[in-house]
Each structure stands twice: as C-alpha cells, then as structure tokens.
Ligand binder design. Sequence first.
Ligand SMILES: Nc1nc2c(ncn2[C@@H]2O[C@H](COP(=O)(O)OP(=O)(O)OP(=O)(O)O)[C@@H](O)[C@H]2O)c(=O)[nH]1
Ligand SMILES: [Mg+2]
Length: 560
Amino acid sequence: MEEKATLPRSAQSAARSIAGKVHEASDRFEIVSLRRHIDACEALLAEEQLIDVAILGQFKAGKSSFINSLIGQDVLPVGVIPVTTVITRLHSGDKPMAVVTRFDGNTLKVPLDEVGEFISEEKNPANTKNVEVVDIALPALGCYAGLRLVDTPGLGSVFKYNTETSEEWLPHVGAAILAVSADRPLSDNDLSLLRELVRYTPKILLLLTKVDLLSLDEQKEVIRFFKSTLQREISQNLPIYPYSTKIRTEMLRSRIDALLSGLSKNRDAEFAHILQHKVASLAKSSIAYLEVALKTSEKADEDRESLKNLILTEKLNYELMRSELFAIARENMLHTRTFIAARLETRRVEFTRKLMTRLQEEMPTWRGNLWRLTRRYEEWLEENLVKELDELSKAEHRHFFGTLNKTYMSVSRSLDLFRNLLDRNIETVLGVRLSPAEWTIDVPEPSRPDVAFVKVFDFHLDLLWFLIPMALFRGLFERHFLKKIPEIAQMHLSRLAYQWEVRINRTIEDIRDQALRYVQDELATINGLLSRFAGQSEEIRRTIGGLRDELRELTGSSDE
Ligand SMILES: Nc1nc2c(ncn2[C@@H]2O[C@H](COP(=O)(O)OP(=O)(O)OP(=O)(O)O)[C@@H](O)[C@H]2O)c(=O)[nH]1
Ligand SMILES: [Mg+2]
C-alpha cells in the first residue's frame, strides 16, 4: 500500500463541510444541474490522494516508451502497431508488483513481467479479458512519491476509454502530458483532446516525442509551428518539451524530471489546491443559482412571470434544443455508413487479393469429390475471412469515428451557445452572473463487432457430385471458387460497415441524449429558481450567507 497523503486538515474539512452545504442547498432548492459537479467533488473528497499524471495522445505517439524511459525499465509493452489497450497506472511502492482489476471488481496480483498479458492489444485483443485498470507499484518511482503516472490507450479525441475509470482519474488529474510524435503534424484529434483537457487541469504540457527523427533545425521549426497552431486553435501557450527515448540526453530529461519532482514535493499543497479549486467553484456556482432565486423571490407573481419570459426566451426552449440536437445527430448518422464504406473501400482491393492468393496456394491440396470440395471451400472461407475481417476491423476502426467526432463537436458547440445565451439573459435581466458551464459528455468507445461468416452460395451443383467426374471438371470448379472471392469479400465488407454503423450511431444517439439531459436539467433548474421560491427570500439569503462564510473559511485556510 502506498502511504496516504494528508491534506492540511483545515482545508480538507472546510472543503468537506462546504460540499455538504452545497449538497443540502441543491436538494432544498432543486438545483438539479449541479448534481454531477457535486458528485465529482464528493468522489474527490473520498478518494485516495494520489495525483495522477496522465500521458495521453494518439496511438503510436510513444506514450508507453516515454514512461519506460522515465522509470528506466521496460515495464510497459510498446510496439509499431497499436499496443496499449488498458489504462495502466504506475506509482511508487516498496516491491515491484502489479495488480489487475477486472470490471467485476475482482483483482489479481501478477508479476511485473506478465503485465503485457493484460495491457497489450496483442495478448488481450479489444480487452477481451475485461480489465478495468492495471496498477503497477515500482520502487523506481520513489523519486516521484505521491504521483501516479497513467498510461492510456492511444485514442482519438473524445473517448474516455472506460467511463468509470476515466471519471475516477480525470477530475483530479494533476497534470496531463499530451504526447505528439515529432514526425507527424498536430492532428485535429490532438487539438480537440487539448480543448477537453483544459477543462480538467491547468497543468498541461506537450511532449514532442521521437525528436531523434529530426535534425536540431527541424526540431526548432516543428516547435515553432506547434506553438503557433496552439495559439491559433486553442489560444493556449502550452510548454513544449522535446523528448527522445533513443538519445537519452540529460537535458531533455531534466525538465520533465523537474516538473514531476515539483509536483511530487508539493503534492499535499497541490491536492489541497485542486480540491479547493473544485469545491470553491462548486460553491460559487450554487451561490449564483441561489441569487437567481433571491432576485425573483420578492417579486409579485406577475413580475416574476415577466422576468421569466425575458430570461427563458423562445430560443432557450427545450423543444427547440431538442430538435437542434436531434438534427445534428440525424445528419451525422446519415453519413456514418458512407464514411466507413469509403474507408473500407480503400482497403478492398488488397483485402481481396490477399484472400485470392492464399486460396490459390491452398486449394490444390484439397482432396475429394465436388461435395467435399465445396464444404472445404466453405470452411476455408469461414476461417480466413473472419480472421482477415477482424484484423481489418482492428486496424481501421479508429478511422471510422469521423461522424462520431463531428457530432461531438457540433453538440459541444450547440451546448456552448445555449449556455452563453442563458448566461447573458440572466445577467441582463437579474444582474447575476452564473459560473461557467460545467457540462461533460462521456463517450464510451464503441465496441468492436463480432465478425461472422455468412454463407454465400448460389449454386447447388455440389449435391449432384456423384454425376460429376472431378478429373475433368476440377479445374473449372477451382476457377469458379476463385472467381467468387471478390463478391464474397465485397459482401462481407459491407456487412462490417453496417455493423460499425450500428455501433457508432448508437454512440451518437447517446451523445445527443446526454446533451439533451444537460439542457433539460439546466432549464428545469432555472425555471424552478425563477418561479418556485416566492416569499422565501429570508431562507435563501441565509443559505447564501452560510455558503459565503464557508467559502471564505475555505480560501482563508488553504495553503495558497
Ligand atoms: N525513433 C524513435 N522511436 C520511438 C521513440 N519513442 C517511441 N518510439 C517508437 O514508437 C513506436 C510506438 O511506441 P509506443 O510507446 O508503443 O507508443 P504508444 O503511444 O504507447 O502507442 P499505443 O499504446 O499503441 O497508443 C514504437 O515502435 C517505439 O519504438 C523515440 O523517442 N524515437
Ligand atoms: Mg502504449
């Protein structure tokens, strides 16, 4: 067990007390829109206080190699094809040891050299072993005590690989390291990941990996280019750290080392800071909501009604948002199939040729009459097609997520607009400024479909095998079998496209529904606050006063 960090007592109890007060107030005044935020803070208060340093980025960016190089041990599997399939956390511990936690909560201790069995895509394809997370304790991490390095599967932008696991670590990510390979440009996926990350943590750095592939001049140019892209696209001036696992110069390493040691040394203060930040922002959000109630509670009924009409204008209407979100989802869902099919089409010729070549090699070894030959052909197809389709699906599936990513972006934009408008109206009409929106959408990555072989025969000549002299006709049938391959391949590829379409579209619907729930909660909260608490100004004022006092105590008692 790692030792448990202790927060400065006063800061922790102040945070706990204020979170409790907010919880009560949100129940009393039906501030449903704060529930998620409250849950996140309560989880944070209950959790072990290790600071997570998440290493994120596209697959093959060199995340696992970076961690191995940092700890000076090849603990994590790395490779040229996508490798990491399970979130893996490394922390300091007396003895090297790994604990595998499954989705059903069961845990299993394994020796360090066997972690690959659970982490790597090759040994645990598509996480068929149902591993939620692997925790690795290492004496080598003693220099970063209190930190936990989190290796993540290489992903596109929006996926929280496993919602619960991510929920657990994203709210208290102490620092995020986005690995980007120096030989590739900053992708849209990297940028949207960054946009998401800035919501969770202020400490983000860009790790420019594999810089050994570039000359010094080229490195400078890439860094310049990245800096201007970051400034333009996300208005952030993030530090960029060049790194290489091949040339281990101390200079490259020492900056990272300084960052992590700093985080580790200040862990208690850091954690108090994170907690304080989250709880204070929760308290401020709830005070702002309560002020909305306060401003309207003393008004006469007609006045309240007219204020409500000024705030909840026709543009801030549930039905309108509903049709907008449905339209976004519908439009994207319509294109999912074509998008996937176009991607698969680029692989079709090669896919077909591979099957035909293999069949040509193997068919001459088959023996028997036409009936036996046909059965063998079916078996061969089943075995080879399924294997090839599954490989294709594995290699390509992250390219299928185009419409999913687009949905996420459009829905995010739409929610932002909605919140901005609501904020503006409330500020204009009541002079109350709400806290920035706290919405999050969790997108579980769609699972890979089971590929199966579908029988495709259109002729039943094989039933007449006893009439057919194979010595004469064998060549003819072999050619026939071979000629069928392109059609069979085509059919199975479209079936694969269809299976992916179903999965991706289901996720799109899920994004839409989560967004809609957010809108619904937000409108219900504001609507309730504007209408339900007439004549209760005293109580509201008292609640606000109580929260303000606690907030003062919290910030006063912090280490900052
Ligand atoms: N030249 C060079 N190659 C590197 C460097 N770091 C990693 N690589 C190579 O990049 C490939 C990917 O490395 P990984 O560490 O598996 O990348 P990853 O980001 O963990 O990949 P996934 O787990 O699949 O997402 C491997 O073939 C590494 O050998 C580096 O600094 N220089
Ligand atoms: Mg990896």
